[in-house]
Design a protein. Structure first.
Ligand SMILES: [Zn+2]
Ligand SMILES: [Zn+2]
Length: 89
């Protein structure tokens, strides 16, 4: 049994040994006699920056996608306007 997860899961709990455990690694530490502490009790405050980082990263992606879409729509609209103007002349 591996003591670390190869799948890069999100840590669910923090073990008393200080490692963050996912559902895969939890069993191994339980067998070793470690007790896992809930993230809300221990690691929540220390994990906040990473959570906020993820959220702001996600927001950035949405904003970037939104900007891209707006640019595409803008291009489309302006090309349509150009066509219309050419048509009117
Ligand atoms: Zn442990
Ligand atoms: Zn895992």
């Amino acid at each position: 049994m591996e003591s670390f997860c190869a799948q890069n899961c999100q840590a669910l709990v923090k073990c008393q040994c200080g490692e963050f455990l996912c559902s895969h690694t939890m069993g191994h530490h339980m067998i070793l006699g470690h007790s896992a502490l809930s993230m809300t009790e221990t690691g929540l405050m220390s994990s906040f920056p990473s959570i906020f980082g993820l959220i702001s990263e996600y927001k950035e992606k949405i904003v970037q996608r939104g900007t891209y879409l707006t640019q595409q729509v803008g291009k489309l609209v302006s090309s349509q306007i150009v066509r219309l103007e050419q048509f009117e002349r």
